[in-house]
Design a protein around this ligand. Sequence first.
Ligand code: UGA
Length: 426
Amino acid sequence: MTRIGIVGLGYVGLTTSVGVAQLGHQVLGYDLDASRVNLLLTSKPPIHEEGLEQSLGRLIKSNALSFTNHLEDLQSFKPEFVFVCVGTPQDESGAADLTILNSAAQEVAPALPAGGIMIIKSTVPVGTCQKIAQSLNRTDLFVASNPEFLREGTAIKDFMEPDRIVVGANSPEVAKKVMSLYDAIDSPKLETSLESSELIKYAANAYLAMRLSFTNDIANLAEATKANVDQVLFGMGLDKRIGNSFLKPGPGWGGSCFPKDTSALVSIAKSYDSRLPLVESAIASNHAALTRSADVIEGLVGGHLANKTVAVWGVTFKANTDDVRDSPSLKIVDILLKRGATVKAFDPIAIAPGRAGLSMASTALEATVGADALAILTEWPEFSEIPPELVAAGMKEPVVYDARRILPESWRSHFSVFKVLGEAAK
Ligand code: UGA
């Protein structure tokens, strides 16, 4: 059994802890946050993630997985590998802020015995792993890059059944050692240089974000031209070179990764005197998409949001997560509030951080009572189960905007205005 330390127990670190323990390794997760660690020790996940609680319980019980907030515990565990999974947030210039990563690397390096490998899972600008390797001042340690491609909401499944595993290192021996941790997983496996591995992660996220911006722009054009957006995107995706996934239009993309990673990639390119005009355009298109949804809502309530109440369903950045970081829904809510609206929001799991003019309702129906319009901004499946007649009856005006395209056609007859993103008004 290989002993593996995991540093940083957020979405990525926690999923990695569970995933690596499920692969048959002995895992100790380390985080500075004592309350998070204490919660985890009782098998309670601090985040909402499908299957996480059951896996935690099982792995902790079988002693394959444990957690600590004491560095000494990690040191006496003597991990042969340490995965670094701390956050690399966006700084004021748009670049990745590596302060937490650098201090975590320095802090945990002494826990690695000679020959140990520090594996950077955090998303880091090209050249970072090389710099960390130099900064450790230990010729007996190695640094590898092993980016994570999981999606929140399906994180454990994505870890166990990945499209590919990428490991970057300065030598084939180190890359092979890290890759061998994944022997139990049957997927394409790619060993690269540190720099290629670092860039693969950013390139993949930027490409996906670009694709979504394109999708949202086409949805906007379909609306203007009265084309059927579902048919257009389906017909486009049937081309095997394009494919059908990640073509669902929405009010804009968000979350803890795409916005920061696209911005960091643009900033990486600039630092090499290079440009990424397509990624820059994708970011601009996304800002326009968010504003477009706010404009639609404003139009639906008569052109002025002052003194109007908008009910919002969904505040997370997508369904099946409790994550509200960089949520498109909340960005749209902020525009509505700035334009003078009052917002009553409901989300099945998350509570939006406080803002003047925004209140959270305890049920979806409660949010709509007395509202001038209802906007569906996150695609929680349960929203389409709510009886439309009850929604319409309680509203001041029965006006709805479905920015996630999830409401059934049967809703249409209950509303005086039933506007769906990507569809011309009927
Ligand atoms: C994203 C990537 O999909 C993962 O591969 C990557 O590992 C992860 O970032 C990361 O870098 O950690 P995630 O942010 O969890 O994963 O969520 P996605 O499912 O990619 O959704 C991102 C945004 O795009 C959401 O706002 C979502 O609503 C939107 N989206 C996604 C659409 O509007 N349409 C789609 O068809 C897909």
